[in-house]
Write a protein of this length. Structure first.
Length: 327
C-alpha cells in the first residue's frame, strides 16, 4: 500500500487530493498547523501530524522516511498587502522546507501544486512553452508561486523526483467563495460580476491529475490544468440557468473595481480584517488567464469537465446540504 505525505489536506483542494489518494488505496499522512480545521476529512482514515511547514527540520520529524509520494498542496492566495510577507513565507520558504525535508527523508516523487499564475501576465493563452513573466507581475501571488517552483527545480537539481501542476481557477463543492456566488445568484442578489476572463477547472479533476502526475508525469515537467475558457459573466449565466435565479446585470468596470479595492483596504487598515477586494485583487481579476491543457490531457489523461458539468455538480451538492432549493 503506497504512502503519501500531504500538505494542505485541511483545505479545499488538498482535502480532495487526500480523498482521491485514499480511494486509490493509499495511506495518507497529512501535515497541518495546530489550528487547522480538519472537518473536510472527518471520518476518513488520515493520520494527522503537526509541523511548522516553514521549517525543514520540523517537517522532517513528521515525514515518514522513504514515503512514496509527497503532495505539497498547501499555499497562500491572499491579495491583501498586509499579508504579503506571510504569503512569501508560505509559498516560497514553505516549499523550500518541504523540498529539503523530502530530500533528507529519501521521499519518492514530489508533486507540487503551483498555479497558472506562476507564468505571469502573458499576451496569449497559457501553455507550457512560455517563459514565465511572474517576476515582473504586480501581483505578489504570481511572484511567490513562481519562486516556489524555483525551489522545486532546485530540488530536482539535487536529485528530487518532482512534477509541477499549474491549475487555473478551481471550482467545486465545498469551495466557500464559489458556493457564495451560487447562493447570491440563486437569490437574485448579485448585480454584477468581475471583468475576469479565465479558465475554469473542477477540484476533483485537479485532484485526479495529482495522482496521475505521481504515476506518469515527467520529472521536472509542468502541466497546466485548465478547462473551459470564458468570461465570468458566462459562468454566472450558467449558474442562473441551473439555479433558477437571475444573472447579474453588468460587468463591473475596471476603474470601479480598483476604487472599491482601495476603499476596502482603507477600512481594513482600521478593522485589521482582510478585505474581500483589494487593489491587487483588481489587478489579478482584470487580466485574461485563458489556459491550454493539451499537455496534461495527452500525458496525464487529464479530463476537464465543462462549466455546465461543474455548475451541475456544485448545485447538486448545495441541494444535498439544504442550501439550494430543489430543481
Amino acid at each position: 500500500m503506497p504512502h503519501a505525505f500531504v500538505t494542505g489536506a485541511s483545505g479545499f483542494v488538498g482535502s480532495e487530493v487526500a480523498m482521491v489518494l485514499l480511494d486509490a488505496g493509499w495511506t495518507v499522512t497529512a501535515a497541518c498547523r495546530p489550528t487547522s480545521d480538519r472537518s473536510a476529512l472527518a471520518g476518513r482514515e488520515v493520520e494527522w501530524v503537526e509541523a511548522d511547514l516553514h521549517d525543514a527540520a520540523s517537517v522532517a520529524k513528521v515525514m515518514p522516511h522513504g514515503v512514496d509520494g509527497v503532495f505539497h498542496v498547501a499555499g497562500n492566495s491572499t491579495f491583501w498587502p498586509k499579508e504579503f510577507d506571510a504569503q512569501y513565507r508560505d509559498n516560497v520558504l514553505g516549499t523550500r522546507a518541504l523540498v529539503q525535508a523530502s530530500l533528507e527523508r529519501s521521499a519518492g516523487r514530489f508533486v507540487y501544486t503551483s498555479s497558472g499564475a506562476a507564468y505571469g501576465r502573458q499576451d496569449e493563452p497559457l501553455h507550457e512553452g512560455l517563459t514565465s513573466r511572474a517576476l515582473d507581475s504586480p501581483v505578489n501571488y504570481d511572484r511567490t508561486k513562481y519562486l516556489g517552483e524555483c525551489e522545486v527545480r532546485a530540488g530536482v537539481d539535487k536529485g528530487l523526483d518532482a512534477v509541477i501542476l499549474n491549475p487555473a481557477a478551481i471550482l467545486g463543492p465545498r469551495d466557500p467563495n464559489f458556493t457564495i456566488l451560487f447562493e447570491q445568484i440563486a437569490r437574485n442578489r448579485l448585480p454584477f460580476v468581475f471583468p475576469t476572463d479565465t479558465s475554469y477547472c473542477h477540484n476533483h479533476a485537479v485532484a485526479l491529475a495529482h495522482l496521475a502526475a505521481y504515476e506518469r508525469g515527467g520529472t521536472g515537467e509542468n502541466y497546466l490544468l485548465g478547462g473551459e475558457n470564458a468570461p465570468q459573466m458566462e459562468l454566472a449565466r450558467i449558474i442562473a440557468e441551473v439555479t433558477g435565479g437571475s444573472p447579474p446585470r453588468f460587468v463591473l468596470p475596471v476603474p470601479a473595481l480598483w476604487t472599491v479595492g482601495a476603499a476596502l483596504e482603507a477600512v481594513a487598515a482600521i478593522t485589521r480584517r482582510p478585505p474581500v477586494i483589494t487593489r491587487t485583487f483588481a489587478l489579478a481579476m482584470t487580466h485574461c488567464w485563458y489556459t491550454c491543457s493539451d499537455k496534461a490531457i495527452a500525458e496525464l489523461g487529464y479530463d476537464p469537465p465543462s462549466m455546465r458539468d461543474i455548475v451541475d455538480d456544485v448545485a447538486a451538492w448545495l441541494r444535498e446540504e439544504g442550501r439550494l432549493a430543489a430543481a
